[in-house]
Design a protein around this ligand. Structure first.
Ligand SMILES: Cc1cc2nc3c(=O)[nH]c(=O)nc-3n(C[C@H](O)[C@H](O)[C@H](O)COP(=O)(O)OP(=O)(O)OC[C@H]3O[C@@H](n4cnc5c(N)ncnc54)[C@H](O)[C@@H]3O)c2cc1C
Length: 433
């Protein structure tokens, strides 16, 4: 590869890198994608839900050919105490109709297929190759090194799409690495069950499924949530919390996941299933407050490498794909202008600012701090709500008036009005931005 030169090098064949490569190749640019895994997706971890509308911006009607598991038609929210649970459900048959809203996918299958679409457009994907460093020339990034003298490849622009723990973003001087308080660590298992078992246990039929987000004891009371997503013949189950909180509490996500799986409200859903995969991964969750510089002379930062994740709505893959698409648009304009300077590439930030990606990150910029400052939301509130529900539903010959009085006393003693008001006002502010 020594002294070879292409228009663009993309490092990482996840959703961000593959989306950038697809759009660039489509526009006729010479693109090389370097992926360290044996194949795209082989090293990747996700719940994982892919959203139809942003994906369709890259590949119209992709659902006719992509490797999808189930279309999501039901969203369940739950809170857990040590033994009990309380929650709500939204289900719509509209999401069962094409075009669907979202699908579960296996990242190994999805990434391979998606990178394959970039290859069909003319991108050249090289698996099993690690980019160890950036090449600098006259103060600008001019390519990558994949090891040894033979490992240099040059390009007008390097798209840094190497994921959550982006060493290349740090080498490019775009950020110093995320602090443990700005990252979540998630453990996840893939559990095999038959299609019929999944349909029966989750009250669905072939082809459609359920997403569950679960708070409280699912994370040992730490800020974060557990999740369960139904695939065709497997269940994705995982949980995680902010890395700094895990360090401070001495808890580890593996133990938290085991406790979550053993919870009486969760265990029946996965009973008899065989764990066929265990993974753990970081998610950058600093959002707006830790947003790095997204461009340099000869380089752009996309997806998780740029910290583009909305943890509130478990949106990361769509931010990654759209950022890859907008990075490609920026490079296409730069190519027309014959200018790959940081000033020209700053157009990427403008495009991202106009899109939902930065608008959403800005909107929820205070949400993590809000939740982090209120640990009672993950401990006392689930306890209170289940206690009140149990009291209400227990038929014990106590007159309803006395029961209601008792419930009100429970609420007032565990949730003083001043604190409830503070939570409500600040919660609304943090949520509505
Ligand atoms: C447990 C979990 C559940 C999640 N669930 C969801 C979900 O349900 N929905 C959702 O939208 N998002 C979800 N996310 C977030 C989502 O997975 C990410 O936001 C998304 O994968 C980011 O895409 P990316 O392309 O930026 O990075 P990645 O998908 O991490 O891809 C980076 C790629 O770069 C490669 N790479 C890294 N370093 C190098 C190197 N030096 N040289 C060559 N290649 C390199 C990696 O092998 C990898 O293929 C979840 C994340 C986790 C951890």
């Amino acid at each position: 590869m020594q002294d070879e030169r292409v228009d663009v090098i993309v490092v990482g064949a996840g959703p961000a890198g593959a989306a950038a490569a697809l759009e660039l190749a489509r526009a006729g640019l010479e693109v090389v994608v370097i992926e360290r895994g044996a194949y795209p997706g082989s090293k990747n971890v996700m719940g994982g839900i892919i959203y139809r509308q942003p994906t369709e911006q890259l590949i119209p009607e992709f659902w006719n050919e992509a490797p999808l598991e189930r279309a999501m038609i039901e969203q369940r929210f739950m809170m857990l105490t040590e033994t009990d649970s309380i929650g709500g459900v939204f289900r719509t048959e509209q999401f069962a109709q094409e075009p669907h809203n979202a699908y579960t996918v296996m990242r190994g299958d999805w990434d391979q297929w998606f990178a394959g679409k970039a290859e069909e457009e003319g991108a050249f994907v090289i698996p099993q190759m690690v980019v160890g460093d950036l090449i600098w020339r006259d103060g600008r990034i001019d390519g990558v090194n994949t090891g040894g003298d033979e490992g240099d490849l040059h390009a007008d622009v390097v798209v840094i799409a190497d994921g959550a723990n982006s060493l290349l973003a740090q080498k490019a001087g775009l950020h110093d690495g995320w602090s443990p308080k700005d990252q979540a660590l998630i453990s996840k298992e893939l559990i095999r069950l038959s299609r019929e078992q999944i349909n029966e246990r989750f009250n669905v039929r072939d082809g459609v499924g359920v997403a569950m987000e679960i708070f409280g004891q699912s994370t040992a009371g730490l800020l974060g949530y557990g999740f369960i997503y139904t695939n065709d013949e497997t269940i994705s189950i995982g949980t995680g919390a902010m890395l700094q909180d895990l360090i401070d509490s001495g808890l580890n996500t593996n133990d938290i996941l085991n406790d979550f799986k053993a919870h009486p409200s969760i265990a029946p859903l996965i009973e008899g299933g065989e764990t066929i995969e265990y993974t753990a991964h970081l998610i950058p969750e600093g959002g707006w407050k830790t947003l790095p510089t997204l461009y340099a002379d000869g380089a752009l930062l996309v997806g998780d490498a740029a910290g583009l994740v909305n943890p509130l709505n478990r949106e990361g893959s769509n931010f990654a794909m759209i950022s890859g698409k907008l990075a490609a648009q920026t490079i296409i304009e730069a190519k027309e202008a014959g200018d790959f300077s940081a000033a020209q590439l700053s157009r990427y930030r403008e495009l991202l600012s106009d899109s939902f990606v930065l608008k959403d990150l800005h909107k929820i910029r205070n949400l993590t701090d809000f939740a982090h400052q209120r640990p009672h939301l993950f401990n006392e509130v689930p306890e209170l709500l289940t206690n009140v529900a149990r009291e209400y539903l227990t038929v014990d010959s106590v007159p309803k008036k006395d029961k209601q009085k008792k419930m009100m006393n429970m609420i007032l003693s565990q949730m003083p009005p001043r604190r409830a008001l503070d939570d409500a006002i600040n919660g609304l502010r943090a949520f509505f931005g």
